[in-house]
Design a protein around this ligand. Structure first.
Ligand code: PGA
Length: 249
């Protein structure tokens, strides 16, 4: 199976997410492509049903490690599972950098999410400083080991490799040589777990990443934030004719 999804970040209201999912539901990806969308919490309740009907996995962008408790403003795994969410994104670079999440905390979240039947999309990636020192492979392997420590069953885990320096507006698109050592290290450290690539993936670069042997899919931010963008990047990655061209076939 090939995975193709987007991280919408703090960019959609519930109304906007509904229109986004309704538009994606009209799109026919290749048979082996599983589409997924990681949405803001407020969008999830209204989106779970239409997304399920369309065969799109819906994910939350974060959750707390505790099942319940005095954690004002937080959302737990049972709350996500109860509304039918499929997966949860954990350890995104923005959570690590802006909200000081460390590998131990992320590991606790992974454990709780899996215990409540959620799939986990676990992000790992090296920082620019780690890259400059040639410590990228060690960094991603450390993140994996610490976040997945004690996880016996990896069947519901997906790893997203996203070089921190390649993510977002300020990011630089990574070349194959930049990411090859980290991809090899991840593959050597854990086997049989789907691995998706993210960080400034665009319609122009999607094919290049999708073709890499180590990669099982793509995880796209800005370029897939609109339904049209999502479909265009997916089409470019998997060499589909454009929607318009198909209509004339
Ligand atoms: P980007 O975001 O594609 O906009 O770089 C990717 C991500 O943050 O997951």
């Amino acid at each position: 199976m090939t995975l193709f999804g987007t991280n919408v970040k703090m960019h959609q209201t519930a109304t906007e997410s509904r229109a986004f999912i309704d538009a994606l539901a009209l799109f026919q990806p290749p048979a082996d492509v599983q589409m997924f969308t990681i949405l803001p919490f407020t969008s999830l309740p209204a989106i779970v049903e239409p997304a399920r009907r369309a065969g799109i996995w819906v994910g939350a962008q974060n959750m707390h490690a505790a099942v319940d408790g005095e954690y004002t403003g937080e959302v737990s795994a049972p709350m996500l599972a109860d509304i039918g969410v499929d997966l949860v994104l954990l350890g995104h670079a923005e959570r690590r950098r802006l909200f000081h999440e460390d590998d131990v905390t992320i590991g606790r979240k992974v454990e709780t999410a899996l215990a409540h039947g959620l799939r986990v999309l676990l992000c790992v990636g090296e920082t620019a400083a780690e890259k400059a020192c040639g410590a990228g492979p060690e960094s991603v392997v450390r993140q994996l080991k610490m976040s997945l420590h004690g996880v016996a069953d990896l069947r519901r885990v997906i790893v997203a490799y996203e070089p921190v320096w390649a993510i977002g507006e300020a990011g630089t698109e990574a070349g194959p040589a930049d990411i090859a050592p980290q991809l090899a290290a991840i593959r050597a450290a854990i086997d049989g777990v789907p691995l998706v690539y993210g960080g400034s993936v665009t319609e122009g670069s999607a094919r290049r990443y999708a073709e890499l042997a180590e990669i099982d899919g793509l995880f796209v931010g800005r370029a897939a934030r609109s339904a049209a963008g999502f479909c265009h990047v997916l089409e470019a990655a998997y060499r589909m004719p454009r929607e318009k061209e198909r209509a004339h076939e």
